[in-house]
Design a protein around this ligand. Structure first.
Ligand code: SF4
Length: 413
C-alpha cells in the first residue's frame, strides 16, 4: 500500500478518496516524521504534504455554528498560542503576522459568547508541571517527560507503556482550560456547565483525539476551520478592529505564549521552577535559552536551578524521540513535540507549498519570541489571573488538572 491508511474511526484526519493520486507522499511523510510504519498517532503531518488536498483534518466547525445558533447554549472559544501567528496566512498577511486582536474580534463576530486564551491554561500547566519537576528533583526521580502534545503521549502509551510514570501527569493546556471553563467560569458566571459548550481552536489535529479522552473540551477545531468559519460568516478579517480576550481567563504570561514552539515549554517551566526553588526571579539566561530553540532534532542545555543542576532536552518529532529514546531517559527534563518546530508546524495550520514550510515556521517562531522579549509579564507565576484562580478557586475546590495514562495497542502489539 503506497498511502497511509486512514481508519473510519480516525477522529483527526479524513481522506477524500476521489482526490487521492495514490502518490505515496503521505506515507513518506509519516515515515520521515514519525517512523511508525503507518501507526497513526493523529499528528496529521501527512495532511500538510498531500499534493492534491485529498487528506484533510476532520472538519467539525459546522457543529459549532449550530451550537452558536442555539440560544440554549453559552459557547466559549479558547485559542492556542500558535493560531494567532498563522491565521493571517489565510487572509493575505505576511507569514508570522501576530494577529491576536483580529482573531479575537473574528471569534466574537462569528457569535461566540466568550473568548478566552489557552495561554491561561498553559500558565496553569507551567505552575503544575514546574511543581511536579521540583518534587521529582527532591526525590532524585528523573527524567520528567512533558505531556502537552497528545501525539507524544499516545506514542508513549503505545510504545513505552513501561515508562508511563516518567510522563508528567499534567493535562495539556487545552484540557486544563476546558476543565476550568466547566468549573471556575461556570460558577463565577452562574451558568450550568451542561449549558456550556467549550470549543478549543488549535493548530493541531491530534487535539481532536485528545478531546475523546478528555471530553471537558466539547469540540476541537483547527486554524483552518477558524478560517472557514470566518469566510462562511462573511467577516472581512483584514479590516477587523482588534478586540481583547474576555477577562477571567484572558490574560497570560508570555511563557504561556511560547508553548507554541519547540523548546518553549521547557523555557517556560524552567523560569517558574527556578522561582519555586529560590523564591526569586530566574537569571537572564532563562529568558534567552537559544540552545533549546529552533528546529534541530535534539536541542540540549544545562541549567543551574540553585539546588539542582539540570540537563534538559527539547526534541522535534516522534521519529527522533523514538530513535534516541534510551539517551533521552538520561536527561532530567525532556520536551517532545510531534510536529516539526512544535505546534507552529501543526497539521491544522493553513496549507502552504512544501518548499516554503520551514521559512513560514521560522517566521511564526520569530513572532512569538519577539512578543516574549517585550512582554510585561514573562513568568506564569506572575500572571494575576492565574494567582486569582489558585487563591479564590483551585485552593478550595477539587478540580483535576492532572490525568492518568494507560497502555494502548500499537501496530506491533
Ligand atoms: Fe498537536 Fe503541537 Fe503535538 Fe503537533 S506538536 S501534534 S500541533 S500538540
Amino acid at each position: 500500500m503506497k498511502k497511509v491508511e486512514i481508519k473510519p474511526n480516525n477522529v483527526s484526519i479524513d481522506r477524500i478518496n476521489e482526490k487521492c493520486l495514490n502518490c505515496g507522499m503521505c506515507k513518506k511523510t509519516c515515515e520521515k516524521i514519525n517512523g511508525l510504519e503507518g501507526d497513526c498517532i493523529n499528528c496529521g503531518q501527512c495532511v500538510l504534504t498531500c499534493p492534491s488536498g485529498a487528506l484533510i483534518p476532520k472538519f467539525d466547525y459546522k457543529k459549532v455554528l449550530n451550537y452558536i445558533n442555539d440560544t440554549d447554549y453559552t459557547v466559549v472559544a479558547f485559542t492556542a498560542p500558535a493560531v494567532r501567528v498563522a491565521i493571517g496566512d489565510e487572509f493575505g498577511f505576511a507569514s508570522g503576522a501576530f494577529l491576536e486582536g483580529k482573531m479575537v474580534s473574528a471569534l466574537k463576530n462569528i457569535g461566540f459568547d466568550y473568548v478566552f486564551d489557552t495561554t491561561f491554561g498553559a500558565d496553569l500547566t507551567i505552575m503544575e508541571e514546574a511543581n511536579e519537576l521540583v518534587g521529582r528533583l527532591k526525590h532524585k526521580q528523573k527524567p520528567l517527560f512533558t505531556s502537552c502534545c497528545p501525539s507524544w503521549v499516545l506514542y508513549m502509551e503505545k510504545y513505552h507503556s513501561e515508562d508511563l510514570n516518567l510522563v508528567s501527569t499534567c493535562k495539556s493546556p487545552i484540557s486544563m482550560e476546558a476543565s476550568m471553563i466547566k468549573s471556575y467560569f461556570s460558577e463565577m458566571y452562574d451558568i450550568p456547565k451542561e449549558k456550556i459548550i467549550t470549543v478549543s481552536i488549535a493548530p493541531c489535529t491530534s487535539k481532536k483525539n485528545e478531546r475523546v479522552i478528555h471530553p471537558e473540551t466539547d469540540v476541537s477545531l483547527t486554524t483552518r476551520e477558524l478560517a472557514m468559519m470566518i469566510r462562511e460568516t462573511n467577516i472581512d478579517f483584514k479590516n477587523l478592529k482588534d478586540a481583547e480576550f474576555d477577562a477571567l481567563m484572558g490574560s497570560s504570561s508570555s511563557s504561556g505564549l511560547i508553548f507554541g514552539t519547540s523548546g518553549g515549554v521547557t523555557e517556560a517551566v524552567l523560569r517558574t521552577a527556578y522561582y519555586m526553588i529560590n523564591g526569586k526571579m530566574a537569571p537572564p539566561k532563562f529568558y534567552d535559552l537559544e540552545e533549546i530553540r529552533g528546529e534541530e532534532n535534539i536541542k540540549t542545555t544545562t541549567v543551574d536551578l540553585g539546588k539542582y543542576y539540570l540537563r534538559v532536552a527539547a526534541v522535534n518529532t516522534i521519529k527522533i524521540a523514538s530513535e534516541n529514546y534510551e539517551k533521552l531517559k538520561t536527561f532530567d527534563f525532556v520536551e517532545v513535540m510531534a510536529c516539526p518546530g512544535g505546534c507552529i508546524g501543526g497539521a491544522g495550520q493553513p496549507l502552504s507549498a512544501i518548499k516554503d514550510m520551514l521559512e513560514i515556521r521560522n517566521k511564526r517562531r520569530e513572532s512569538m519570541y519577539n512578543m516574549d522579549r517585550v512582554a510585561q509579564n514573562r513568568e506564569a507565576y506572575k500572571n494575576p489571573k492565574v494567582q486569582d484562580a489558585y487563591i479564590s478557586y483551585l485552593s478550595k475546590n477539587d478540580i483535576d488538572l492532572h490525568t492518568e495514562y494507560y497502555a494502548k495497542k500499537s501496530i506491533k502489539s
